[in-house]
Each structure stands twice: as structure tokens, then as C-alpha cells.
Design a protein around this ligand. Structure first.
Ligand SMILES: Cc1cc2nc3c(=O)[nH]c(=O)nc-3n(C[C@H](O)[C@H](O)[C@H](O)COP(=O)(O)OP(=O)(O)OC[C@H]3O[C@@H](n4cnc5c(N)ncnc54)[C@H](O)[C@@H]3O)c2cc1C
Length: 478
């Protein structure tokens, strides 16, 4: 294989797009294979009925959970991956979140915060990360919360939104959970792929589901390409798995099983293990008065009594959005009245790592398995329950009656950690540069590698990891 063979990047989300962006800018050829299609830019991705009620753009592939019950995880397969739908809260992990925390079952990164700083900076620049002033009602609410209990410490929420969004009410009300039609929200497609799209070194093929790895003759640990479900195969100088934490690990598991490497490769038992997705609850506070704020998602609140958790504001809520979560029997005038008085919060707690919380490929013969049990991460479950209770009490004192809903097993927005990075091949799957331990030519570029989920959203750290991996592949070879 030579430098003229492309690096094959499987998946086009936060991680895959970042790897491709760096490689192409360094003059290296990239072939990106993306399972999904290109989303329309005609405004339909902002339509509450299509997006929320009908789930038109969502994954429909069934999975089973640890109790063998069928469910549909909240995944999205399209160019740009889940970033097209994300809320663009783009936060760095704190320096201490690169260290192990045994009490909370958290693994360490193989390097410290400083190593990622230049890539965080680059990602923040590429993604137009901004801070916005709190609107009047949110500011008044936060003031009431903090006055009553100064343990609650609000900070501006870094957002990948262009300032122009404030002039477009439809986009400003529909960025969290919707896909931008004119690029006011920075996602992997608008902010990274569009910048390299016309570069001759870059080729992207959509509608290509990778389902196998090709290896060198007689050496299953040396990867030379990929196979797709449509029968096509593609050779490359290196392969970067960036299909997301629920998919990349299954591609590798199938390869290990088919070649016998699953019994000889030290890291094989950990492929799919340590799955994390945060404990996330939506907490809707209802006030006696109608709300006028539009953007809303401008603040994050910390409280040192809940050190692995944060509370974030959710974006715009109205009767249509609220109604999409309620039974159809609830009359429209009720959902409208409720929506006008609703203010949303997203309560997040870091889930520790358990090797038993894992993704398992069905090998095509059965549904994939997501075995994730809160009993295995009790410290996280305890902190999350305490936090939801405490914030509900605080909201009530500030004049809002709160109703909370745990996002549950289908709430896989923050799926992470199925092929964690580390120095020890018996305790991690990829090394500090992203190469699978014991294999040649195979790298992981998505959220699978994150050893910790941390108390904040993961996308900025995935972008940073992808930019760093791209730099490594461009300079250090394969
Ligand atoms: C509604 C929602 C809100 C969110 N809000 C935030 C937020 O505010 N802040 C934040 O930091 N994070 C947020 N997230 C999470 C964030 O979007 C993800 O953490 C991030 O996109 C993960 O990046 P990734 O590269 O690991 O995977 P993805 O972005 O999921 O990309 C994986 C890509 O691989 C493709 N793929 C899958 N299987 C295959 C295959 N076999 N062959 C080829 N391609 C394949 C997929 O189609 C997809 O394009 C949110 C997510 C959702 C769904």
C-alpha cells in the first residue's frame, strides 16, 4: 500500500468528518463511506411533525436489550451523523475528567487534558463556538435559583451556532433535535465536510454500509480494506472506523469472530465493552405564565454536590413539540397551553464504565444487543436520582412545577466508549494514537474511544480526537 491509496473513513459524523478534514488538508486522499444519505436542505428537517412525531429521519433498525426486549435506539444514519440533529452544546471535558475516578467507576485517558487542548481550540474555531446572553425569563429564573442556593453555579453554554440564527426564528426555535436547513448550526457536514467537498483528494460515497474488513493474505490482523453490504469492496492504506460507538465495535467484533482473532488478540474481549451513554433525564418545568424566550439553551448549571453531573437548558418547547411526546388523546388546546408555559432542562450524569455494559453484534443472524444495566453503575444512578430530585425542588421554589423523564435505553444520543483508548492492550482497545492494539492499518476515530463520558456532552471531545487522529495519520504514517 502506498500514500496514493486513500485512507478509508467509515462514517461521516463528528469523528469521521474530523479525521477526513485533517487528512485532506494535509494532501492525503480519503474515501469516506457513509451508510446514510444526504439530508435535504429544503426545511423539512425543521418540521416538528416529520422529525418528532413521525420520526421520518430516525433509525428504524431494531435492537434487543439485556432482557431480550426489542427496541429502536435513537440513532441517525445520514451524512454528518448525529451531529446533524444535535443541540450543538460543545463543551470541553475538564482536566480532572482525563483521570481515573475509581469511586465513580471512571477509567483514565492515556494522556492528559493538555494533549487535547490544540485540537479543542481547532474544533471550536471550525465549529464557530459562541456564547449567547441568557434571554430575560431564563436569566430571571437562574437568578432566583442561585439566590436561594448558591451551590448552583451557572455558566454560559458554549454553542456551535452562528449569531445569524437569532434573526431566523424558525431555525432558532428548532436547532436542538432538528437539522439546520441553512447552516446556522455547526455540524460535521456544514463545518467540516463542506470545506473539503470539492477537493480532488476527497471522495464521499453515501448509501454505503460497511459490514466487513478485508485483511492481508494470511494475516487477519493486517487490515487492507472494507466490504459493503452492496457487495462492493474498497482497498485503502488504512481504515478508520468512525461509524459511531454502537456500530464501529460491531464491525470489528464480526472480523475478530470470522478470523479467529477473538481468541488470540489481547484486546478482543473489550471490543464492545464499557458502553456508556450518560444518564440523561428531561425535566420540564411548568410556570403559571407563558414563556417568550426563543433560543433558551444558553446556560449550563454545575453544583459541586453532584460532581459528575450538570443541568443544561433545553431549546424551544411549544405545544407541538410537547404534544409529540404525549399520547395522541391529549387535546391540542391542552398541549398548546402546557407548551406555552414549559421550560425544559437536560439533566446529565456521567455513567461509569462497566465491562458488562456492552454492545454485541448479532453477526447478521440476530438483532444487535445493547446490554446496559444501571445496577452495574450504582454510584452514577444514585447521583442522578439525587440530582433530579434536588433540581426539581429548586425549580419549585423558583415557581416552576417540574416533571422529569429518564431518557431510557433508546436515548442513545451520547453513545460512547465501546473501544476505549489506553496504553494497556488488556485494558483498552486502541492505543493513544487510535490504532487497534495488535492490529495494523486499523484505527478508531469516533466516540467509541472515549474512556469517560464526563459530566458534559461528548461531541467536542470526539471532534478533537478525530482532528488529532487525522494529524497522526497524516504525519506519522500508518
Ligand atoms: C438529538 C441529539 C442531540 C444531541 N445533542 C448534543 C449536544 O448538544 N452536544 C454534544 O456534544 N453532543 C450531542 N449529541 C451527541 C453527538 O451528536 C454525538 O456524540 C456525536 O455525533 C457522535 O459522533 P460519532 O462520530 O461518534 O458518531 P455519529 O455522529 O453517530 O457518526 C457515525 C456515522 O457513521 C455512519 N455509519 C453507521 N454505521 C455505518 C456503517 N456500517 N457503514 C458506514 N457508515 C456507518 C452513521 O450513519 C453516521 O453518519 C446529540 C445527539 C442527538 C441524537
Amino acid at each position: 500500500m502506498s500514500d496514493t491509496d486513500p485512507v478509508i473513513v467509515v462514517g461521516s459524523g463528528a469523528g469521521g468528518a474530523s479525521v477526513a478534514y485533517t487528512l485532506v488538508n494535509a494532501g492525503r486522499p480519503v474515501l469516506m463511506l457513509e451508510k446514510g444519505g444526504v439530508l435535504p436542505r429544503d426545511g423539512t428537517t425543521l418540521d416538528v411533525k416529520r422529525v418528532m412525531k413521525e420520526g421520518q429521519f430516525k433509525n428504524k433498525e431494531p435492537w434487543v436489550n439485556g432482557q431480550n426486549q426489542v427496541f429502536i435506539p435513537g440513532e441517525y444514519y445520514n451524512l454528518g451523523g448525529k451531529t446533524k440533529w444535535y443541540g450543538a452544546a460543545l463543551l470541553r471535558y475538564a482536566p480532572h475528567e482525563f483521570l481515573a475516578d475509581e469511586e465513580h467507576q471512571c477509567l483514565a485517558w492515556p494522556f492528559g487534558y493538555r494533549e487535547l487542548v490544540p485540537y479543542y481550540e481547532e474544533a471550536e474555531r471550525l465549529l464557530d463556538v459562541n456564547h449567547f446572553d441568557n434571554e430575560p425569563e431564563l436569566q430571571a429564573l437562574i437568578d432566583r435559583i442561585v439566590r436561594a442556593d448558591p451551590h448552583w453555579k451557572p455558566d454560559p453554554l458554549p454553542l456551535g451556532l452562528k449569531r445569524e440564527i437569532l434573526n431566523d426564528e424558525q431555525e432558532a426555535k428548532h436547532f436542538d433535535g432538528f437539522a439546520s436547513a441553512c447552516g446556522y448550526k455547526s455540524d460535521a457536514e456544514w463545518s467540516l465536510l463542506d470545506r473539503i467537498r470539492d477537493t480532488p483528494a476527497f471522495r464521499v460515497e453515501t448509501g454505503k454500509t460497511v459490514n466487513g474488513l478485508i485483511h492481508a493474505d494470511g494475516d487477519p490482523a493486517r487490515i487492507t480494506g472494507v466490504r459493503c453490504t452492496d457487495g462492493s469492496s474498497h482497498r485503502g492504506s488504512a481504515v478508520v472506523l468512525a461509524a459511531g460507538a454502537m456500530s464501529s465495535s460491531r464491525i470489528l467484533q464480526d472480523h475478530l469472530a470470522a478470523t479467529g482473532l477473538e481468541t488470540s488478540l489481547a484486546c478482543a474481549p473489550l471490543v464492545g465493552a464499557n458502553f456508556k451513554m450518560h444518564l440523561n433525564s428531561a425535566l420540564i418545568g411548568f410556570s403559571p405564565f407563558s414563556n417568550q424566550d426563543v433560543l433558551r439553551k444558553t446556560a449550563i448549571i454545575f453544583n459541586e454536590q453532584y460532581p459528575h453531573s450538570t443541568v443544561q437548558c433545553l431549546g424551544w418547547i411549544d405545544g407541538d413539540i410537547l404534544g409529540s411526546e404525549l399520547p395522541a388523546a391529549v387535546p391540542k388546546f391542552v398541549t398548546r397551553a402546557m407548551g406555552a408555559r414549559a421550560y425544559g432542562f437536560f439533566v446529565t450524569t456521567e455513567d461509569g464504565s462497566s465491562p458488562d455494559n456492552r454492545i454485541v453484534s448479532g453477526g447478521g443472524a440476530s438483532y444487535p444487543l445493547m446490554d446496559y444495566d444501571l445496577q452495574r453503575i450504582k454510584p452514577a444512578a444514585r447521583e442522578h436520582r439525587r440530582l433530579v430530585r434536588a433540581f426539581t425542588v429548586r425549580l419549585l421554589a423558583a415557581g416552576l412545577v417540574g416533571v422529569d423523564k429518564y431518557m431510557g435505553m433508546a436515548g442513545t444520543a451520547h453513545a460512547l466508549g465501546t473501544m476505549v483508548t489506553g496504553d494497556d492492550p488488556a485494558a483498552s482497545v486502541v492505543d493513544a494514537c487510535g490504532r487497534v492494539h495488535g492490529m495494523t492499518g486499523l484505527y478508531v476515530g469516533d466516540g467509541s474511544v472515549l474512556p469517560r463520558s464526563s459530566r458534559v456532552n461528548p461531541a467536542l471531545s470526539i471532534y478533537a480526537w478525530g482532528l488529532r487522529l487525522g494529524r497522526h495519520l497524516a504525519t506519522a504514517g500508518r
